[in-house]
Design a protein around this ligand. Structure first.
Ligand code: PGA
Length: 249
């Protein structure tokens, strides 16, 4: 059976509370005109997450953009998984390239966060992707396999079936450049095959793999038509309600 598409808007460090309220006021009106069958949600900044909980939309996945792996402690500036769970967050974006690049997040940190999220019955959206230089040097597959193997170290097979992986070539994020549909499909297929090697084929067929990087309403369908692409992680095009709705299928 074909996996259900999952489309998540990544709002990064955009929108205050007023902007968020306005977005959902408009989105809830607009969405009535569309039959949405995919899973969808927004990864908002911590300050806006309580507002997502107030939406009378049972289908909206409330996602955070990061978390700490300890449940509590002296970690000034951090937010724990129980704190997120408390406000109905069910999914957390983990290892986004911006966190790896600007906040020195390592594969080891990412692995700890994935363990902690599954222990709390929450779903990680594990991001992976290569830099421009790695892409040009044809190292994409090696880089991604390494990121996935380290991120999933000692993660149990029954948890992996619930995992969402987002393949986001770093050179395509916020640049207007997208991987070609053929390239994106090839990498997502490689990821699925590799999950099959690390675990088994049945598990590999259950994992949902998103593509991310300059996805827009105009190009999303061509990605979703690919056999190994099960959704998208979308930054820029998720910030406006019309455009976000245009991404949903
Ligand atoms: P973009 O961002 O859609 O603006 O390229 C994607 C992401 O960073 O997840």
């Amino acid at each position: 059976m074909r996996r259900k598409n999952i489309i998540i808007g990544n709002w990064k460090m955009y929108k205050n509370m007023e902007d968020t309220k306005n977005f959902f006021n408009q989105f809830s009106k607009l969405m009535k005109s569309k039959d949405i069958t995919c899973d969808y949600g927004i990864a908002a900044s911590y300050t806006n997450l309580p507002l997502l909980k107030l939406q009378k939309n049972n289908h909206l996945i409330i996602a955070a953009q990061n978390c700490h792996y300890e449940t509590a402690g002296a970690f000034t500036g951090e937010v724990s998984i129980p704190m997120l769970k408390d406000i109905n967050v069910s999914h957390v974006v983990i290892g986004h390239s911006e966190r790896r690049m600007y906040f020195n997040e390592t594969n080891e940190d990412i692995n700890k966060k994935i363990h902690a999220l599954f222990n709390a019955n929450m779903i990680p959206i594990l991001c992976c992707g290569e830099t421009d230089g790695e892409y040009e040097a044809k190292k994409t597959n090696d880089v991604i396999k390494n990121q996935i193997a380290l991120a999933l170290t000692n993660i149990k097979v029954e948890d992996v079936t619930k995992l969402v992986i987002a393949y986001e070539p770093i050179w395509a994020i916020g640049t207007g450049k997208t991987a070609s549909v053929v390239e994106a499909q090839a990498v997502c297929k490689m990821i699925r095959h590799y999950i099959g090697e690390l675990y088994d084929e049945v598990t590999a067929q259950k994992v949902r793999i998103q593509y991310g990087g300059s996805v827009k309403p105009e190009n999303i369908k061509s990605f979703l038509e690919q056999p190994d692409i099960d959704g998208a992680l979308v930054g820029g095009a998720s910030l406006q309600p019309e455009s976000f709705l245009g991404l949903l299928v």
